[in-house]
Write a protein that binds this ligand. Sequence first.
Ligand code: F6R
Length: 245
Amino acid sequence: MNNINFVRVDNIDDFAIVSADFFSDFLKKNDNPLVILPTGFTPLPFYKEIVKRYKSGEKYLNKFRYLALDEYVGLADDDYRSFSSWLGKEILNPLSIDSKDRIIFNSNADDIDKECKRIDDIVSENVIDLAIVGIGENGHIGFNEPKSSFSSRTRKVLLHEKTIKANAEYWGGIDEVPKEAVTLGLGNLKEAKNTLLLVSGKRKAEILRKSFCAPVSEDIPSSYLQNQPNLTVIGDEDALAEIIF
Ligand code: F6R
């Protein structure tokens, strides 16, 4: 296992502050980096803190290019459930990130495989400076569900039942959740120069232990992180409860 920088925080306020400090230091040291940002509930306090700092004058906080991690398939651009709308609302619009600096999936593309190839080519031609990711209770990262290959590339996937259930919490019911998605592959994510995993809450404790304290296996996609260079994990006490330091 590579050296992993585990950062344990006491509460959600500290989670936001410590994650924002990490991001802010990263932007000070890297010129216009390419950054992956996740959707989900976990990063919301972090986004709020970044937007607050930006609005209070830390203008360098928008000096990055954004690369989408994943997206549902078949939604109109302005659909409230699309991940690009969600991240637009939470962080990219408040930071005034220019549309030319947003590499996003066209969820509604006629040929979704071609669309995945387009994004995969962009990823291959660029360096991912920082991948900020969250983790699903089944170990998914992005929409790389259990048994995804560690060398997988950008592609269309079917969401697992557990993931559909978890995503139903975002949109108020299972029927609202699209069943197909596109995602960067683990092979893409493994190429990131730096990775930051954000994790909070009791219900992530078990998968965090399996990710870092069990053998690396495609049954647990997040276990690829054990061999990831320059990995920082910022987690609250509940999430990190089962990790033995
Ligand atoms: C989001 C994503 C997912 C989430 C994961 C955790 O773009 O790719 O892997 O990071 O499902 O979601 P939350 O934070 O809602 O628990």
